[in-house]
Design a protein around this ligand. Structure first.
Ligand SMILES: *Cc1c(COP(=O)(O)O)cnc(C)c1O
Length: 415
């Protein structure tokens, strides 16, 4: 699946020219490709076919309603981390009985919202959260289905900021405490013990961390069964990595699925998976126009109209994303730092990139479908950018560009 490709030197998505999108909707602009999102989801669906499973798309990767809508129409489940995400999923037509609720800090209000919606499962991350959930469910005369998120203490071999399965990370319950917590959960009248889960990190491109984590989870499932606590699902989390640069390769979903299935063997466990980045990352790009070219002795800068408030991954994680010209034009090639207009040295989209460009040219930042628009802010009173979705020969505006006035509409002058 190549959602973005060149035709006569011009970048296209399906039958649509990216230059035309920039003309029509302005820049900066996020562009998503619907079939790429669907294709990536189907990869999981095919790889897990024949084994009971549920794909719960991790909403936080890209929570645009159109993205959720496309996935809901495929029958996807959703992994949410807030009441806001719950409301989005319901607004997009997602089915509550396919929603799992993750996160270390669920509030009472969020628990109530989840119970009222009838979500499938709360992924509980601490003994205190279990007690709170039991109390909230009892107060509403209902029962909460739970899974315990295990912190298996395995190294996901990824960037420290997106590693979540080590004991120094705040996520999950350690293995020893988890046994005690399961026993406690089994005693609580307002709790139904359903599953076990983990999520060891993001942008994982190797199978070993998954194999290690799932082996530990399965051991715990067996141990619990021997005590009469029978689990019905195992949720292996998300984290499946994508290809950002030519030196890397994405996780192979078929190999990943075989590894999970092998570890589970013939146990009667439904497999839940929570992919985010893998589904939407490669399906999006950010288009930005070059305002100025400047040089500081032998360092060259391309100052563009997108900034760290629109795409924070390079600043936050030192993330590398491919940057290329939308049109192939006859220009002198130089090595540039591609920077935004914000007064922060971390405001860059890419450093030391060889580009053949001129002022007013259009650049495309690849792999911007995940953890990109969702992380944007209004820093410098910059309106959040428009988002469009390409679908064959049609284009849908799926998020309008923010109006500047709305940025301070909630504020007031002194009396
Ligand atoms: C963020 C997150 C995911 C999705 O991670 P990706 O790397 O985008 O696949 C899945 N599950 C949980 C609990 C998460 O916090």
């Amino acid at each position: 699946m190549t959602p973005f490709y060149r035709d006569n030197g011009s970048l296209m998505s399906d039958q649509v020219s990216l230059s035309e999108l920039a003309e029509k909707f302005g820049t900066p602009l996020y562009v998503y490709n619907r079939s790429a999102i669907e294709f990536a989801w189907q990869e999981f669906s095919k790889a897990l076919a024949g084994h009971p499973h549920l794909i719960c798309y991790a909403v936080k990767a890209n929570s645009n309603l159109a993205v959720l809508d496309a996935l809901a129409r495929l029958g996807s489940g959703f992994d949410i981390v807030s009441e806001g995400e719950l409301q989005r999923v319901l607004a997009a037509g997602g089915q509550p009985e396919k929603i799992v609720f993750s996160g270390v800090g669920k509030t009472t209000r969020e628990m109530e919202a989840g119970l009222a919606a009838g979500i499938r499962c709360f992924n509980v991350e601490s003994p205190s959260e279990l007690e709170r959930l039991a109390t909230v469910a009892a107060a509403h005369g209902t029962k909460a289905n739970i899974s315990l998120r295990i912190n298996p203490d395995v190294d996901a071999q990824t960037h420290p900021y997106i590693s979540t399965g080590l004991k120094e990370n705040k996520f999950g319950i350690n293995m020893a405490e988890a046994m005690l917590t399961y026993r406690r959960a089994a005693e609580l009248d307002s709790i139904e013990v359903h599953g076990i889960d983990c999520h060891i990190g993001s942008q994982l491109t190797k199978l070993e961390p998954y194999a290690d984590a799932v082996r530990l989870l399965v051991e715990m499932v067996d141990k619990l069964a021997s005590e009469g606590i029978q689990l019905s699902h195992i949720d292996v989390g998300g984290g499946q990595g994508i290809q950002y640069s030519e030196e890397e390769s994405s996780l192979n979903v078929d190999a990943w699925a075989s590894c999970i299935r092998d570890a589970i063997g013939d146990r009667k466990l439904e497999i839940l998976v929570e992919p985010g980045r893998y589904i939407v990352g490669p399906a999006g790009v950010l288009l930005t126009r070059i305002e100025y070219l400047k040089s500081n002795e032998d360092r060259h800068f391309a100052v563009v109209d997108a900034a760290m408030n629109d795409l924070i991954r390079p600043a936050l994680y030192s993330a590398w994303q491919a940057i290329e010209s939308v049109e192939t034009l006859p220009r002198e090639s130089k090595v540039y730092d591609v920077v935004g207009p914000i007064c922060e040295s971390a405001d860059f989209l890419g450093k030391q990139r060889t580009l053949a460009i001129a002022e007013n040219d259009l650049l495309c930042v690849r792999s911007s479908g995940a953890y990109a628009s969702v992380m944007s802010s209004n820093y410098n009173t910059r309106p959040r950018v428009a988002e469009v979705m390409v679908d064959g020969d049609s284009v849908h505006l799926v998020c309008a560009r923010e109006e500047t006035e709305s940025l301070f509409a909630r504020e007031s002058l002194l009396p």
